[in-house]
Ligand binder design. Sequence first.
Ligand SMILES: *Cc1c(COP(=O)(O)O)cnc(C)c1O
Length: 391
Amino acid sequence: MAEALMVTYKRLPVEFVRGDGPWLWDSNDKRFLDAVSGIAVCSLGHTHAAVQRAICEQASRLIHTSNLYGIPNQQKLGERLTALSGMDRAFFCNSGAEANEAAIKLARLHGHRKGIDVPAIIVMEGSFHGRTLATLSATGSRKVQAGFEPLVQGFVRAPFGDLDSLTAIAATRHDVCALLVEPVQGEGGVQIPPADYLNRVRELCDRHGWLMMLDEIQTGMGRTGRFFAHQYNGILPDVMTLAKALGNGVPIGACLARGEAAGLFTPGSHGTTFGGNPLACAAALAVVDTMESEDIPAQAAAQGKRLLEGFKTALGAVTGVADIRGLGMLIGIELDRACGELVGMALEQGLLINVTADRVIRLLPPLNLDDGTADQLVAAVSSLVRDFLKA
Ligand SMILES: *Cc1c(COP(=O)(O)O)cnc(C)c1O
């Protein structure tokens, strides 16, 4: 196929030409139920009317001016997101990796301000933070790092969800300035830490003057049943990164910060040409408006619970199904064997699913999925899994 493209993806043999809500159509007009949502991006579904309208209106007036000038949409979006999250300030960029780059730079500024010459950031095993050099170095996966050495220095690795290991690091290392963690590991296989993990991490960060930095790129914007996953814990991070669903498909990322961390950047210390441009911010404003006015996080919480119960009923007793877990509409079905081939089998049946960490079926349907379509999804995935395990 596409000889003109670098081979960064093993693409599936399908090309979509149109979408509507949780549905996609290919060039043969075959319909697919989309439980991937462009990897947790199109959380309001495809071609959402309010987002579409906002993009068209903004595109007809002004698309880009650069951050050399004021951008009213960016200002408004910053106000909306800080109000929703309790953070103080936002920096807008174009992707998740860039949002995490900003967070890593904030951590290093914070470390130097504390008098640490070579500051280190605690990151987790099994984490995913992006594909740039700094973010792949922070990522806890050898597959992502292999071949790109030398890695960026200044990361200390700990097991995810394990507080004792963090306490041990705190006792022995005095160069730590921050900790970066996902509330739920998405790429890592829908790994959910103990319920009070983030609370304990918050206490540890406070005790040691570390910035608590949450990568909510996948878990944020309603995916887990709250606007931001850490809101289940009733805590605030010092830094939080967002991207994926923020623009419902229009590329935009954000690094939000609170307190001292919100004042670390000064003119010239960080920047972006495209970040937070009028068009991307118009899309994100429409996303935020819709999510707030329709209480999409609550819908995700309720529908996620229904889906999880549905899967437990359908698959809970099936030999070969190791675990069924989820938070909101971030759902993982772990099998006792590698199951990457399920993705192609599902595709043939008009169903889009994802498999991550080799053995975990990851489902990321749109958050406004109706009951009937949700039931269809449970039935389709469950029968697929049963057939796969029988074969
Ligand atoms: C997708 C993802 C990223 C990277 O985002 P990009 O937009 O692909 O750069 C970082 N962290 C998490 C948790 C993600 O899910």
